[in-house]
Ligand binder design. Structure first.
Ligand SMILES: Cc1cc2nc3c(=O)[nH]c(=O)nc-3n(C[C@H](O)[C@H](O)[C@H](O)COP(=O)(O)O)c2cc1C
Length: 303
């Protein structure tokens, strides 16, 4: 059975990968699962300098999901290259870095260093709702997105370049085309959707940041629709993200047009979820008498 898929020039042994920020730097999950089995590991967002993130509380549970306002806490580029990448390289899987800058120059520098360091893929996070600078600023503005991707493209020679789009009801097809036209090898979507929760005893917002990004099964139908829309608009591969917690969720995204998927909040609920999905995906294909996982991509029947 062939589970392999291609994202740009990158071959994944299967379409199951981890969503940035929900899988640490891989090491955190290595005692629960065999990292070699994953299609790719997408690591926690990296910025040029280390970031402390937002003050706590920065996570709260919601119906069918969670709100987070981590604010992209991370150890910074230098420590990632020195302390995390050598460990990740021991595994037979693709390593994709997720990056965030406050300016185009920061994105370019990050991308250049990671490309030089031999990362398999670079995912541009242009859609974090929890930081004041950068984040949504780039993702929601077609003109800024165009400039950002075309500048980054010039410095990325070997890595597959992925642009991670924000959920955008009015313009997901437009944003997808901007990514394709300006040199992105693939797009991934969606990032979290802005939300807020209030404690009725204290009258205070549950997050110190007041609002945060909603993730988990609550956002899945929105994400599936956007993946479907985006995949009709572009020829480059689409990676589906949003509330995947089992194999049928992953298949739903692939039928909608995703070439691969990322599992995010699902990892918090069940640390072996990615491997469970890979195993059950094989069983599903067998049951359907399909030998190739690519046969289900975009095969939703619309009459
Ligand atoms: C705690 C947490 C941290 C996240 N950090 C990042 C990040 O650093 N970069 C990024 O692009 N997305 C980040 N995300 C968004 C996820 O990668 C994913 O797009 C989103 O959670 C939707 O998928 P899910 O419903 O499977 O979690 C984060 C999400 C969560 C819940």
């Amino acid at each position: 059975m062939d589970l392999s898929v291609k994202i740009g020039h990158l071959k994944l042994k299967n379409p199951i990968t981890t969503a940035s920020g929900t899988f640490g730097y891989g090491e955190e999950y290595s005692e629960f699962i065999d990292l070699n089995k994953l299609g790719a590991i997408i690591v926690k967002g990296i910025s040029l300098e280390p970031r402390e993130g937002n003050p706590p509380p920065r996570i709260c549970e919601t119906p069918c999901g969670m709100l987070n306002a981590i604010g992209l806490q991370n150890i910074g580029l230098k420590r990632f290259l020195k302390e995390k990448l050598p460990y990740l390289r021991k595994f037979d899987t693709n390593i994709i870095a997720n990056i965030l800058g406050e300016t185009i120059q920061e994105y370019v520098k990050l991308a250049q260093c990671l490309d030089d360091a031999g990362l398999d893929g670079i995912e541009l996070n242009v859609s974090c709702p929890n930081v004041k600078k950068g984040g949504v600023l780039f993702g929601n503005d077609g003109r800024m997105l165009k400039e950002l991707i075309s500048e980054v493209r010039k410095s990325v020679k070997h890595s597959t370049l992925i642009t991670k789009l924000p959920p955008s009801i009015s313009s997901i097809q437009k944003l997808a085309r901007v990514a394709e036209e300006n040199g992105s090898d693939a797009i991934s979507l969606i990032n979290t959707i802005q939300g807020m929760a209030i404690d009725i005893e204290t009258f205070k917002p549950k997050l110190a940041n007041i609002s945060g990004g909603l993730s988990g099964p609550a956002i899945r139908p929105i994400a599936v629709k956007m993946v479907w829309e985006a995949s009709k608009a572009v020829k480059i591969p689409v990676i589906g993200i949003g509330g995947i917690t089992n194999f049928s969720d992953a298949i739903e995204f692939m039928l909608a047009g995703a070439h691969a998927v990322q599992v995010g909040t699902g990892n918090f609920l069940n640390p072996t979820v990615t491997i469970d999905i890979i195993d059950e995906l094989k069983q599903y294909l067998e049951r359907k008498h399909l030998k190739n996982v690519r046969d289900i991509i975009g095969k939703v029947h619309i009459v």
